[in-house]
Ligand binder design. Structure first.
Ligand SMILES: Cc1cc2nc3c(=O)[nH]c(=O)nc-3n(C[C@H](O)[C@H](O)[C@H](O)COP(=O)(O)O)c2cc1C
Length: 315
């Protein structure tokens, strides 16, 4: 695999990041990935308290010499813990932060002086230019094949577009689950890849066996977008439960979310209800199977260790 500025920025052998995944990525997966010559990033929100986040960062540090330890911060208003999470990351000196769903201004201001790199999720050129101006170190170009909140553009569109208009490295996120896929994306001009869904079915994840097995049994044709979880389209596996309950909000929810006086509260309730159901489905056996995953589960044929998945992707 060719060397890019990302190898140097994070001092890693392969310019690949195990992408942050809400509820899925954990401390053990981080350690295994970092000791397999790639970088890795965990959502701060996967730790309920500041104490747990601190302990996790310290545990990861104690078990690896890698300089590819990343934390993902949701930087919009929904994340009421953001200030404290950022303070902890800056204090303990993580290697990089991935910001999503908002302005990275505060993160960049606090992290730059400490040498912590900041990478920002972007889905379009306008926002990419903005975060570059603010001082971001790299762009995470989230394309239309990504798991979670996908972008609108194909990798063939977004990677050259961002390379043309920005001068910081472009890391591609979305749709890749093989070594050939990685090479194809690198040939489009990406300086690296952020890969999520292929790691859901890993031995170290603390999610239910049913969720992992679903990533083995279902493929890219089975991924659909739903607005039922957070109001914003998110990719899920089209299980019989999802087929039965639908992927759009019902007429009452839609009506209420348009009402000026109550829409803020309706959004919040939708979000919290959605998060609770996703959490329940991720960790326990339930017939309410709402499992978040992207089309790249197409290449997941068995449950493997994190190390084996990385080996499959890189050699
Ligand atoms: C189950 C799941 C949870 C995710 N959670 C987050 C998250 O908490 N924060 C974030 O920035 N991106 C999140 N993402 C998006 C990933 O970081 C990454 O952009 C995406 O997985 C790339 O597409 P891929 O799944 O095809 O590799 C999530 C994706 C999945 C599949």
């Amino acid at each position: 695999m060719k060397k890019t500025p990302i190898n140097e920025l994070l001092d890693i052998k392969y310019p690949i990041i195990m992408a942050p995944m809400f509820l899925v990525t954990n401390t053990k997966m981080m350690i295994e990935a970092l000791n397999s010559d790639i970088a890795a990033c965990v959502p701060a929100l996967n730790y309920r308290t500041d104490e747990q986040l601190r302990t996790a960062i310290q545990e990861i540090r104690a078990n690896t010499t890698s300089k590819g330890l990343g934390i993902n911060l949701i930087v919009n208003k929904s994340n009421i813990k953001m200030k404290q999470q950022l303070k902890t990351c800056a204090e303990l000196g993580v290697d990089f932060i991935i910001t999503s769903l908002g302005s990275p201004k505060d993160v960049i201001e606090q992290c730059k002086p400490k040498g912590i790199k900041v990478f920002c999720d972007v889905v379009e050129e306008k926002y990419a230019k903005k975060v570059e101006e603010l001082g971001a170190d790299a762009l995470i170009a989230v394309n239309c094949n990504a798991g979670g909140h996908a972008g609108k553009l194909t990798p063939e569109e977004i990677i050259p577009l961002l390379n043309k208009h920005c001068s910081i490295p472009v890391i591609s996120a979305g749709g890749v689950g093989t070594k050939d896929g990685i090479n194809k994306i690198m040939n489009l001009g990406a300086a690296g890849l952020s890969i999520g869904s292929p790691f859901i079915a890993c031995e170290e994840a603390h999610i239910s066996e049913e969720y992992k097995q679903a990533c083995v049994d279902y493929g890219k044709e089975d991924i659909v977008f739903t607005t039922k979880i957070s109001g914003t389209p998110c990719t899920v596996i089209n299980t019989p439960y999802v087929q039965k309950t639908g992927t759009t909000q019902n007429w009452l929810e839609k009506l209420m979310s348009k009402n000026k006086k109550i829409k803020k509260w309706v959004k919040m309730i939708t979000y919290f209800k959605g998060m609770k159901s996703v959490e329940k489905a991720a960790f326990s056996s339930t017939y309410k199977t709402i499992w978040c995953a992207g089309p790249s589960i197409e290449h997941t044929k068995e449950i493997l260790s994190t190390k084996e998945i990385i080996k499959r992707l890189t050699t």
